[in-house]
Design a protein around this ligand. Structure first.
Ligand code: DAT
Ligand code: MG
Length: 139
C-alpha cells in the first residue's frame, strides 16, 4: 500500500524570488496537508548526502552549489498516494517539459533551478523527512 506522506523542499531559487507563498498555495490547493515545515539551509555535506545518487553525474557540483546557496523550505506533506500525486503536481524535472498547471511550469527557470523537490518513493520520503524533522515536529 502506498504511504500517505512525501517530503518537499522549496529550493533556493524559489525562496530568493519570493515564491514561497505561491508554491505553498498550490500545495494546499492540491489537497496536501502540511505535517512539518521549516525554513532552513543545507550545508555542503547535507546536499552531497541528499543527492548522493547523482554524485557521478556531470551536474553534481553545480547542484550542490545551487542547493546550498540560500535558505530552503523543508516540509512533509500528507495526502492519499502522496509521493505519486506530488510528483504530478510539481511536473517534469525540466520546466520546458512540465505540464500546464504544475509548480515547475509556473515557477522553475531551468532544469537545474527548478523551484521544488519531491520525493521519488515512499522509502525516500521517509528517509528525507526524518533527515529534517524529529517525531515531535510531525503533526
Ligand atoms: P527530480 O528533482 O525531478 O527528482 P532528479 O532526481 O533526476 O530530478 O535530479 C535531481 C536534481 O538534479 C534536479 O531537480 C535538478 C538537478 N538536475 C537533474 N538533471 C540535471 C541536468 N541534466 N542538468 C542540471 N541539473 C540537473
Ligand atoms: Mg529526484
Amino acid at each position: 500500500m502506498a504511504s500517505n506522506r512525501t517530503f518537499t523542499m522549496i529550493k533556493p531559487d524559489a525562496v530568493e524570488k519570493g515564491n514561497i507563498g505561491g508554491i505553498l498555495n498550490m500545495i494546499t490547493e492540491g489537497g496536501f496537508r502540511i505535517v512539518s515545515m521549516k525554513l532552513t539551509q543545507l550545508t555542503v555535506a547535507d546536499a552531497q548526502k541528499f543527492y548522493a545518487v547523482h554524485s557521478e553525474r556531470p551536474f553534481f557540483g553545480e547542484l550542490v552549489e545551487f542547493m546550498t546557496r540560500g535558505p530552503i523550505v523543508a516540509a512533509i506533506l500528507e495526502k492519499d498516494n502522496a509521493v505519486e500525486d506530488f510528483r504530478t503536481l510539481i511536473g517534469a524535472t525540466n520546466p520546458a517539459d512540465a505540464a500546464e498547471g504544475t509548480i515547475r511550469k509556473k515557477y522553475a527557470t531551468s532544469i537545474g533551478e527548478n523551484a521544488v523537490h519531491g520525493s521519488d518513493s515512499d522509502e525516500n520520503a521517509a528517509i528525507e523527512g526524518a533527515f529534517h524533522f524529529a517525531g515531535r515536529e510531525m503533526f
